[in-house]
Design a binder for this molecule. Sequence first.
Ligand SMILES: *Cc1c(COP(=O)(O)O)cnc(C)c1O
Length: 417
Amino acid sequence: MKVPLLDLKTQYQGIKDEIKEAVEEVFESQQFILGPKVEALEESVADYCGCKYAVGVSSGTDALLIALMAADIGAGHGVITTPYTFFATSGSIIRAGARPLFVDIDPATFNVDPVGIRKLIEVECSFDPATEQLVHRQTATVIRAIMPVHLYGQCADMDPILKLAKKYHLLLFEDGAQAIGAEYLSENNHTMRAGSMGKFGCFSFFPTKNLGGCGDGGMVTTHDRDSAEKLRVLRVHGSKPKYYHQLVGGNFRLDALQAAVLLVKLKYLDGWTAKRRAHASYYNSLFQQSGLVEKGFITPPRAVWEDRFSKRISNPKSAVQNPQFNGHIYNQYVIRAQARDELRAYLVEQGIGTEIYYPISLHQQECFAQLGCSKAGFPESEKAALTTLALPVYPELKPAQLAYVVEKINSFYPDNG
Ligand SMILES: *Cc1c(COP(=O)(O)O)cnc(C)c1O
């Protein structure tokens, strides 16, 4: 049996006719840049994410960069973020001219730990109520924003992050590149979609994401009209009207072809998410039954706000239908595994594809050496980089394939075979 990490061909076979028709429309129109398809996608994504506005851009990376530019974040500024994420999160902060200030992750969710953010703010910074400036003493940067990442498709713990942002006048940028459709249930019982909680939500349509195009693409969401307008100007070199530049922007445009494909796929997204969740649930139960969890060989991903979501579901007016998934969309299903690298090599031999997201934390990247972070300053991120393994969880998988993955993991561990 073969179980690849991802199989986009099977997905394509199911929606081929619709995709071809949508693409054909764009070819017939010969309008390839922005235009009606992009506008339609922007409206649909804004609606899907529970935001007033959405602005299509060239990639998830550019979504982060242009959002930072729209907020005038640059030289002398600090942005609090996680070191355990895809490179683009802090890459964009640096490219904007600002400085990432890392806070370690919560080992239960792999997302930035709000307690760590509070400590960074309250121990390492000084807040001046007169100017409302939060200064990070060691780096002499003015902290302007927090950029949590909803890693693997599960929202960061936003309640405490939102409170800190409010208290210290910080902007919130959600890196939702792995999390379109993910939900967070606040303490006061509001269900909120990824990208709707901060000032800006940033999404990626890279082909391997849960909503992927036929090339690069991205989206920025916001509730703020002026910010949406500024994003639209920045994405065309800051020009408004044409050839008159109030701002220095860039070419951050989304292609009409991408939008056409994504409009087709967006209709299927909830169905695909339901399948990902069903797979995650099946994996969880197989791992429990196998004894691998009890013996400490494997730690499946944790549903952290289960209690909160279960209470909510007992309310008949609840919009939440799947409390056990606590809003997680399982863009990735990530376990922790003992002897992770040996397990991974063994699974390759068995025809099973896996991936490590991410083998090295950002504070340890060579290009960030100038930040002067201690190589061992973020122990939970470092531990995660050494123990996590993503298993196949794409919607089109068959239960027999999931069972095969767990069976092979089982036979890898000596006491369990
Ligand atoms: C994929 C990803 C990005 C970048 O998106 P691209 O579309 O590839 O530029 C940014 N942040 C995270 C967390 C991602 O997973």
